[in-house]
Ligand binder design. Sequence first.
Ligand code: HEC
Length: 92
Amino acid sequence: MEAAQQGEVLIAYCDCYTCHKEDKDSVGPAFKAIAERYPVQQVYIDLLAQKVISGGKGSWGSATMSPHPKVSLEEAKLMVTYILSFKQNSIK
Ligand code: HEC
């Protein structure tokens, strides 16, 4: 399975969709908006994966992302790879 597909499955089994939608802003930014902001480069994948694990706020607005300490760095990178795949795929 490709990394993006693995990330899609991991996201489906986690709580991500309670705050994120694919193409509309919700509590958190749309996956598509995140994909448009960041280049698909290792440095951003690492940065965003770390943010998924530690949570935080301030990059998009005043809402806070909850931390996900049970998500491993490896899993978080797969999740981010899926989110950034919305850049090439335009709309799914
Ligand atoms: C409690 C609501 C909530 C949940 C659950 C949540 N997020 Fe978020 N997420 C947010 C908010 C709010 C932001 C914007 C944070 C900011 O402004 O810095 C965000 C931002 C992001 C970003 C962009 C970070 C940045 O610095 O630009 C990514 C990537 C992301 N979330 C992925 C995920 C993934 C993957 C999951 C599931 C493991 C998840 N989120 C679960 C609310 C949530």
